[in-house]
Design a protein around this ligand. Structure first.
Ligand code: PLP
Length: 233
């Protein structure tokens, strides 16, 4: 068995190898460690190996971990679907939300963001695969949502996020990621604050980095496979 520290090193090596052929600096790609279903011990092990940025999908599970790990300097990102009755704890305890897909959710997060904290960094989730079962706005719809977010003073629009349907076809992976990048470039034309492209997971981070990802969200390759598998709806 490999340790979390060894796994993290291996992921950093993959990022390095993927960045080189794309002529990108390795530090232009941030590593978000996705710790959902793992405990505070695993997060602490990753923290000791130098990891500071973690992603969580489930609100109650995340709040428990955040409370236990209050003594560590961790930046928490919420990456799961946001239910409207959970916007307050998310706005209070996270620095980033990657999964905005509705105006109503954006407004509620804005209204619940505590005045003592900096604005909440948010990404709009886009569905680049066109599957009806997956979350995210359809390509093109991100522009209107971006407009709304810009009018909300307690949110700061940082970019786009996507979870493409899993495929072993590397060319298809790249087309999906290239689509997100082109949408981001259109947003950047009217907003210099848009600097983040959250795309790439354990199985497709190379394709994502080749297409300009600035933040890869990695769970399995760091912590191992998840025991509790949520069944599909
Ligand atoms: C679970 C999850 C990940 C991590 O996936 P791995 O394949 O385990 O790396 C990334 N992004 C989101 C939104 C997730 O829910």
């Amino acid at each position: 068995m490999t340790t979390i520290a060894e796994n993290l090193q291996a992921v950093h090596d993959r990022i390095l190898r993927a960045a080189a052929p794309a002529n990108r600096a390795p530090d232009s790609v941030q590593l978000l460690a996705v710790s959902k279903t793992f405990g505070s011990e695993e997060v602490t092990a990753a923290w000791h190996a130098g990891q500071r940025v973690f992603g969580e999908n489930f609100v109650q599970e995340a709040l428990d971990k955040i409370a236990r790990l209050r003594h560590l300097d961790i930046e928490w990102h919420f990456i799961g679907p946001v239910q409207s009755n959970k916007t307050r704890p998310i706005a209070e305890h996270f620095a980033w939300v990657h999964s905005i897909e509705r105006e109503k959710i954006a407004r509620r997060l804005n209204d619940s963001r505590p005045p003592g904290l900096p604005p909440l960094n948010v990404l709009i989730q886009v569905n680049v695969s066109g599957e009806t079962s997956k979350s995210g706005v359809a390509p093109g719809e991100e522009r209107a949502l971006a407009e709304t977010i810009r009018s909300l003073p307690r949110l700061r629009l940082r970019g786009l996020m996507t979870i493409p349907e899993p495929t072993p076809d590397a060319a298809l992976q790249r087309r999906r990621f290239a689509l997100l990048r082109s949408l981001q470039q259109a947003l950047q034309a009217d907003d210099r604050g848009v600097d983040t492209l959250s795309m790439g997971m354990s199985d497709d981070l190379e394709a994502a980095i080749a297409e300009g990802s600035t933040m890869v969200r990695i769970g399995t390759a760091i912590f191992g496979s998840r025991k509790t598998v949520k069944s599909a709806p």
